[in-house]
Design a protein around this ligand. Structure first.
Ligand SMILES: [Zn+2]
Length: 693
């Protein structure tokens, strides 16, 4: 199978960085996401256009005149083109046959056009149109099996029509790109849009490149990329320019209203500025086209930059604030489709500050994954005899903050402090057992704290607290060291749902005043011996060390309940690395290297030894089955995988077993999730960081 699309990195939601491979031999690639810029005569005549788009890689052409060798192979030989035809399919077939030599070259891909003469058609008629299109497209695809094609998809506002296309797409390997021509035309149909994208990602090859075209303005680019769109066709801007609109990203302004040009492009610096006061003219429209395309391109560059190196989700949220439909779309995706999106979203991000803007951030998929994973995988330490609830701090990890250091001065004076379970209550993440304070996103989220909690934040924290407390003996007392009213409201919601006694410390001025801390000390003193825990002390006293407790819980968080205790059962020792970016973990009795705790993500990268200690071979989770007994190279590719568990998530760690499932061949960091593996036959799956030699 020839390569076409290669995934480079999965990002939050359906967003991804990748490349279209046009020729491996000549290393010819187009990086995605990218803007698909139309080439029209009106633009070709402008030197400024050619100058500005000199570095641009991908263009859309619709006129036969551009199919000439002199254009494609000489003038623009380093560019890539998608060609489509604006007329009938019959005419397109003719053009294809006449220019087959051109289309066999590696810098042009052709798109089978789906044009309809009239805009208003009823559902039955639309269905017939699609069937007719598919019949004709099938013939073309069969006639040219060695040519890569883009298939046009129109749904006429009926997402259920996608299923008409699915059999053809799944049966023809030379369909490499899908052009979603009218899916995003009516953004208020966000439910339909989400439904359609999910269907595409769950039922079709995930290595298909997706184009969004139609009535798309730059404001929607971030959410489109978040939805997994690889190429955005900006042709609609030509139409808007002709209608005298000036795009500022936030708004489309009629040019007559524009007094201050908020842009510094060729057009805005030059002729457009001069023409602002004059009447409509062709020249003015040409300048508008130029500005609109340049600003779209600049915006796309920003998106690409943020997708690569920043917290892209925050950018998507910010860009949604002035559009109700985008906010709703994001909400539907977060809340109703978490089950799908969790397998697309990397478990961790490195070295980023994650800004929470309020309600739009609460259910980010990485936050929700954190909550569900924690609630599902967290197990109480059996020796716990007291629970202490504390507020969060701005500084992360919490225990390095001034306030938490003061709390610890009190709590850790008790020699039996490892028997206390500290839980930090915070918005919007919820409730975090102290042992998990170093993991992503707990180690890097940021939210403006004013003390006012809204209902949603209160519910998130209360529900999570209830789930965690319910895992404990009902006789274990709970001490709350809280000041703000919001925390009170949370606890008021918790009280009717748990049986444990809940006490509040007396707070004088603030939580760290000597009177407040005294009150904390007294309550601990009074309640710490109310119950005798099931296990007073683990036999191995190391379990009581703070880092030891953390490692056990992080392993549980990553791989599942009770793995952590298994991992540490022979005792572990930790060593700081010289650059202080990680902690090396060794087995105490044998001094074998078991893995590494990485400070930036708060995750543990298990060594093969570590993996062999914890992995239960009858438990099919976090696992890939390799077709063979030896893996070569440092990358795991899709074709070598014969089976896989359904819980794989990008950036989590996993085990690669041999065909008989008796041996761990390698430990890997996932690049993709289970759904991608299910829906692809090629591409990189995981990075191997240790393997059997
Ligand atoms: Zn401009």
């Amino acid at each position: 199978m020839r390569y076409f699309y290669e995934l480079i990195r999965k990002k939050i939601g359906y967003s991804r960085e990748g490349r279209i491979v046009l020729s491996k031999e000549y290393k010819k690639y187009v990086r995605t996401p990218a803007l698909l810029v139309p080439i029209k005569n009106i633009l070709m005549a402008q030197l400024n256009f050619l100058e500005f788009f000199e570095d641009h890689e991908l263009f859309l052409i619709t006129k036969e005149v551009f199919l000439k060798i002199s254009f494609l192979r000489e003038k623009f030989k380093n560019k890539t083109f998608i060609y489509t035809h604006e007329g009938t399919l019959d005419k397109y077939r003719e053009i294809l046959t006449q220019n087959i030599e051109i289309f066999s070259k590696d810098n042009i891909i052709t798109s089978i056009p789906f044009n309809i003469p009239n805009t208003f058609i009823n559902k039955e008629f639309a269905k017939d149109e699609i069937k007719d299109y598919l019949k004709k497209a099938e013939v073309i695809l069969e006639n040219y099996p060695n040519l890569d094609f883009c298939l046009s998809i129109r749904i006429f506002e009926y997402p259920e029509f996608l299923k008409l296309y699915i059999p053809l797409i799944n049966s023809k390997e030379n369909i490499r790109i899908l052009n979603l021509m009218d899916v995003f035309d009516v953004v208020s149909n966000y439910r339909k849009i989400v439904k359609l994208i999910l269907q595409i990602k769950q039922e079709l090859n995930n290595n298909l490149v997706l184009i969004a075209s139609g009535r798309i303005i730059p404001k929607f680019y971030p959410i489109l990329v978040y939805l997994g769109i690889d190429l955005i066709d900006c042709s609609y801007l030509l139409y808007l320019s002709a209608e005298n609109f000036y795009d500022t990203i936030e708004y489309l302004l009629p040019i007559y209203k524009v007094k201050y040009l908020p842009c510094n492009c060729y057009a805005c610096r030059g002729k457009l500025k001069e023409l602002l006061k004059s009447k409509y003219s062709n020249e003015k429209i040409e300048q508008l086209v130029l500005h609109n395309l340049i600003s779209a391109k600049s915006y796309m560059n920003k998106i690409k930059q943020y997708l690569k190196g920043e917290d892209f989700r925050a950018f998507v949220e910010k860009s949604s604030f002035d559009d109700i439909n985008i906010i709703s779309l994001l909400k539907i995706l977060d809340k109703d489709n978490f089950k799908a999106i969790r397998f697309e979203t990397p478990l961790t991000q490195k070295n980023l500050k994650i800004q929470c803007f309020g309600p739009s951030s609460y259910y980010r998929p990485d936050f929700q994954e954190f909550r569900e994973r924690l609630v599902h995988n967290f197990e109480p330490e059996p020796w716990t005899k007291l629970i202490i609830l504390l507020p969060c701090s701005a500084k992360k990890p919490y225990s390095e903050s001034k306030s938490h250091k003061l709390f610890h001065n009190i709590i850790r004076k008790f020699p039996d402090f490892p028997d206390f379970q500290e839980i930090i209550v915070t918005s919007p993440l919820g409730a975090i057992p102290r042992q998990l304070e170093n993991i992503y996103p707990v180690n890097c989220y940021d939210i403006s704290v004013t003390g006012d909690w809204n209902e949603e934040e209160i519910d998130i924290a209360a529900n999570m607290l209830i789930e965690i407390i319910k895992k404990y003996d009902v006789n274990i007392p709970i001490i709350c060291h809280f000041e703000e009213d919001g925390y009170r409201k949370i606890i008021n919601k918790v009280i009717p749902n748990v049986k444990n006694d809940i006490m509040f410390t007396y707070v004088d001025e603030d939580l760290t005043s000597s009177k407040s801390l005294d009150s904390l000390k007294n309550l601990i003193e009074n309640y710490k011996d109310h119950i005798t825990p099931k296990e007073v002390f683990p036999k191995n006293k190391d379990f009581l060390k703070s880092w030891h407790r953390k490692i056990v819980k992080v392993i549980d968080y990553q791989f599942g309940k009770s793995y952590g205790m298994k991992f540490a059962k022979n005792g572990i020792t930790m060593k700081r690395t010289r650059n202080d970016t990680s902690l090396e973990i060794y087995e105490q009795s044998t001094n074998r290297f078991l893995g590494r705790f990485l400070k930036d993500t708060g995750q543990i990268e298990l060594s093969l030894n570590g993996a062999n200690i914890i992995y239960q071979f009858d438990n099919f989770s976090n696992t890939l089955i390799f077709d063979g007994d030896k893996i070569s190279g440092n990358t795991l590719f899709r074709p070598g995988i014969i089976d896989y568990s359904l819980d794989l998530i990008p950036n989590n760690y996993a085990f690669v077993l041999n065909k008989s499932r008796k041996k761990i061949l390698a430990v890997v960091k996932m690049l993709v999730g289970s759904n991608y593996i299910k829906n692809t036959q090629s591409g990189k799956i995981a990075e191997i960081y240790e393997k059997l030699e």
